[in-house]
Design a protein around this ligand. Sequence first.
Ligand code: FMN
Length: 157
Amino acid sequence: MGFTPRDFRDCLGLFATGVAVATCLDSRGEPIGLTINSFSSVSLEPPLVLWCLDRASATYGAFTSADIFAVNILAEGCHETARHFSDPCREAPDPGTIRPGRSGAPLLDEAMAHLECARHAIHDGGDHVILVGRVLAIETAPKRPLVYFRGTFDRLG
Ligand SMILES: Cc1cc2nc3c(=O)[nH]c(=O)nc-3n(C[C@H](O)[C@H](O)[C@H](O)COP(=O)(O)O)c2cc1C
């Protein structure tokens, strides 16, 4: 193909993104989360968003079974939260940092925005699946975003 997997990853890393934590309840009703930057808007009417989940993730079964999930957009300074939810050996989230949203989806208190979603569709995406959610509720806070660029957490400006 003329490029290596490393070239491909490095190229994708040039697309600066925000950082979010996708959350849902697992089969025992416990909150789980995963750091993501594949979040994207899809449709305004109906309100749809998507993110991509690695088929190899320990959270795969929970997210693909959950009727409801949330996308928590992280604010500047939330590096530790982003690192925590990307660690394969992470502990369960501290209950003091999470509250249930209107849909029942777990919401991270420190996020700058929450989108509570009902599962709308799951599409094939190679070694990932594409989870499309219909947005049921949103909350926003006047904070600045955490940014991810070239494999590093950064800030705007
Ligand atoms: C900034 C950042 C963005 C990430 N984006 C995604 C993503 O969009 N989808 C995904 O499946 N994993 C993503 N990951 C990786 C997962 O967060 C991480 O590999 C995973 O939590 C590992 O543990 P698991 O086996 O419990 O999934 C991202 C990691 C980081 C640090």
